[in-house]
Design a protein around this ligand. Structure first.
Ligand SMILES: Cc1cc2nc3c(=O)[nH]c(=O)nc-3n(C[C@H](O)[C@H](O)[C@H](O)COP(=O)(O)OP(=O)(O)OC[C@H]3O[C@@H](n4cnc5c(N)ncnc54)[C@H](O)[C@@H]3O)c2cc1C
Length: 313
């Protein structure tokens, strides 16, 4: 028998959709994921304190927040399977989903909330000091007390890197923008803004060779891409802004995407180009990429899926 509604992803978007759908008596099935595109619980599982999710004046640890949202979804009746969806057939209705164990499930409506993965520098030292001064989200972590009035670095040269650098100038004493080329990829207005900001210094033709420090980040070892010369840059925070990859591999191009690979939704809704398939959270959001916006669009997706199912009846 076909499921009414299946949700792919157990980050803030998928779990919020699950809470709303269960409370609407839709009895959703949710694939939590396992290793494709992150871990069950999503991106907040790899961070420490979350200070900007409403309702927690003292902040809350990312894994704790996700544990509580998961519990809420289960309490209202969501059924969870901790597996990846490896294939989806959206050409025929009901849709068919295949999971990593090889089982297939058919579903009337589908919410894709599989998130996006932040690109990270493939360095051993990066793994060791991740969360100890290294982050992939300045908007999320930049305001933490450890970074206030300190020298920080942003790695990247696109619009996101510049946005992150400008955001950090509100807290940092100085922000270094480390770029591997001699020109920024960002648009001209953004370039002007960053070049005119006295707190930002752009370090051209530099790549990070190593993140250094014992217990936490203390300095970066940089390499000049033209001369090969090595140098040290003392910073307590480094923010990687080298792009995100939306987790859409299992869809094999069946849903329309933007140029950068994010799922396309009808503006102001979570509807995709296939009726009955909705997309929520970071997988369709190149702009905000926050837990609260992901949760908000998860709520929208559940309400839209409920209405879509009712109309078909
Ligand atoms: C280091 C860091 C710190 C952050 N800090 C904050 C913060 O303080 N405040 C804030 O608001 N935001 C923060 N963010 C951003 C926030 O985590 C994301 O915006 C939010 O998690 C997006 O939610 P989502 O549900 O769309 O996707 P995700 O959280 O990415 O979850 C995606 C889910 O989909 C699953 N999945 C992926 N592929 C498959 C598949 N094929 N089959 C089944 N499941 C699949 C994954 O396992 C995961 O459960 C931070 C991000 C990072 C990386």
């Amino acid at each position: 028998m076909s499921e009414q509604l299946t949700i792919i992803g157990s980050g803030p978007a998928g779990l919020t959709a699950a809470i709303y759908a269960s409370r609407a008596n839709i009895n959703p099935l949710l694939f939590e994921g396992f290793q494709d595109g992150g871990i069950p619980g999503g991106q907040l599982m790899i961070t420490t304190i979350v200070e900007n999710f409403p309702g927690f004046p003292e902040g809350i640890l990312g894994p704790q927040l996700m544990g509580q949202i998961r519990e809420q979804a289960i309490k209202h009746g969501t059924r969870m399977i901790m597996e990846d969806t490896v294939e989806a057939d959206l050409q025929q209705h009901p849709f068919t989903l295949t999971t990593s164990s090889g089982e297939t499930h058919s579903t009337e409506a589908l919410i894709v909330a599989s998130g996006a993965t932040a690109r990270r520098l493939p360095l051993e030292s990066e793994k060791r000091l991740w969360g100890k001064g290294i982050s992939a989200c300045a908007v999320c972590d930049g305001a933490l007390p450890v970074f206030r009035n300190r020298e920080l670095a942003v790695i990247g040269g696109g619009d996101t890197a510049i946005e992150e650098a400008l955001h950090l100038t509100q807290f940092a004493s100085k922000v270094y923008l480390i770029h591997r080329r001699d020109a920024l990829r960002a648009g001209s207005i953004m370039q002007k803004r960053v070049k005119n900001n006295p707190k930002v210094e752009i370090l051209w033709n530099k790549v990070v060779e190593e993140f250094c420090g014992e217990e936490k980040l203390a300095f970066l070892r940089l390499k000049d891409t033209v001369t090969g010369a090595l140098s040290e840059l003392p910073v307590v925070g480094a923010f990687e802004a080298i792009g995100h990859v939306p987790n859409t591999g299992f869809l094999k191009g069946q849903l329309a995407t933007t140029e950068t690979g994010y799922l396309k939704t009808v503006p102001g809704s979570t509807r995709t180009n296939i009726p009955g398939v909705f997309a929520a959270g970071d997988v369709q959001d190149a702009n905000y990429r926050q837990a609260i916006t992901a949760a908000g669009s998860g709520c929208m997706a559940a309400i839209e899926a409920e209405r879509w199912l009712q109309e078909r009846e």
